[in-house]
Write a protein that binds this ligand. Structure first.
Ligand SMILES: Nc1nc2c(ncn2[C@@H]2O[C@H](COP(=O)(O)OP(=O)(O)OP(=O)(O)O)[C@@H](O)[C@H]2O)c(=O)[nH]1
Length: 352
């Protein structure tokens, strides 16, 4: 077990579809802070879709210096605009293979419902993308006065894959733990297994939400982005996500794999991998991605010579996670496994 950033096996599985990550949260919770923080990740090639550049105050120099393309959707909340304000068109443009983006971040306006945004991303007809999760930012100070006003906990938490309880620096030290526990409890009433973390200024470990193709900026290519990052002396002011991984030197048993994907080990927020399964005639490679409870399976053009499975989360249970990954690596898979293949193909169909 190690920090994600220091572990070779946690490096991205390249190719496949670009994850689209929705950033949601009530007005002022810290979405733009989160977007700018993620944009500062060295080596990341990110596409951004925002409702309106003018009002959202994205760090324009970061956008200009670091990403190839940005798309603004004006005229209101992306969920409420006809045709989703052209979200699909924006995703289509940003998912062009030549852009080689690591992820596309969609920052919805403060009034957008995460459920609506999750649906727009999940049901998008754009072929080059996959859902990358919904990150819901909560203002720890204003929570009970803004989003959580009724006896029932807010429905929006049901759509989140990751909840960031932000602005914890503004909580009085004597009340801090109690307030955080209260918010956690309200979120879990609605969504028992969602991953919840705390943050200041929305500084979370970017490795928790996307992979990057490189750990550092290419030399001389992105001077603006690097300059801006250098202004943030405390940019490592967050806990690091942790990863566990296993190499797959032979085909996997699809049943064992799907068991893992459907019931991830405690603390695993993402599971990703490239795997090979034995079909009736040939071996087939697949890219698998799990974010929260979303399982995405897409065929690879060719089976990888060596596969891998990586689990990432803030509070991974080291022993259990490694054991679960190794169980998949070691499950016998000499013969085609009809029932398991059917389960796998079902996810492939749902992901198409
Ligand atoms: N003290 C403190 N201030 C924060 C924190 N996170 C964000 N802020 C400030 O809170 C304000 C709102 O943050 P934004 O990131 O713009 O929030 P937002 O969700 O994008 O806001 P809208 O786009 O208006 O919905 C800004 O002034 C931030 O600097 C935090 O953790 N602590």
């Amino acid at each position: 077990m190690a920090d994600v950033t220091s572990r070779p096996a946690a490096r991205p599985s390249r190719g496949g579809r670009v994850p689209v990550i929705g950033l949601t949260g009530f007005l002022g919770a810290g979405k733009t802070s989160l977007l700018n923080h993620l944009l500062r990740r060295p080596g990341a090639r990110l596409g951004v879709v925002v409702n309106d550049f003018g009002t959202l105050n994205v760090d324009a120099a970061l956008v200009a210096g670091q990403i190839d393309d940005a798309e603004a959707i004006s005229g209101g909340c992306v969920c409420c605009l006809p045709d989703a304000g052209g979200l699909d068109d924006a995703l289509q443009r940003l998912s062009r293979p030549r852009l080689r983006l690591d992820a596309i971040l969609v920052e919805a306006s403060g009034i957008a419902e995460p459920i609506g945004l999750a649906r727009l991303i999940g049901l998008s007809p754009v072929k080059g993308i996959r859902p990358g999760g919904i990150v819901e930012v909560i203002d720890a100070v204003e929570h009970d006065r803004t989003v959580d006003l009724w006896p029932e906990p807010p429905a929006r938490y049901a759509a989140a894959t990751l909840v960031v309880i932000n602005k914890v620096d503004l909580l009085p030290p004597a009340e801090r733990d109690q307030v955080i526990a209260h918010i956690q409890d309200r979120v879990r009433q609605r969504h028992p297994h969602v991953q919840i973390i705390t943050a200041r200024h929305s500084r979370i470990d970017p490795a928790l939400v996307f992979d990057t193709a490189a750990d550092e900026d290419p030399v001389d290519e992105l001077p603006l982005a690097r300059l801006i990052r250098d202004q943030y002396e405390d940019r490592h002011d967050h806990q690091h996500a942790r990863a566990a991984s296993t190499e797959l030197v032979r085909p996997v048993c699809p049943d064992a794999l799907i068991d893992l994907l459907e019931d991830p080990p405690p603390g695993a927020y993402r599971i990703k991998g490239r795997i090979v399964v034995r079909g009736s005639r040939t071996a087939q490679g697949y890219a698998v991605n799990v974010v929260g409870t979303q399982i995405h399976v897409t065929p690879l053009p060719a089976p990888p010579p060596v596969g891998e499975l990586v689990a990432i989360g803030m509070n991974l249970d080291q022993e259990t996670t490694q054991h679960r990954l190794d169980t998949v690596a070691n499950a016998p898979a000499e013969r085609p496994h009809t029932a398991g293949l059917r389960r796998l193909r079902r996810y492939r169909t749902l992901s198409a």
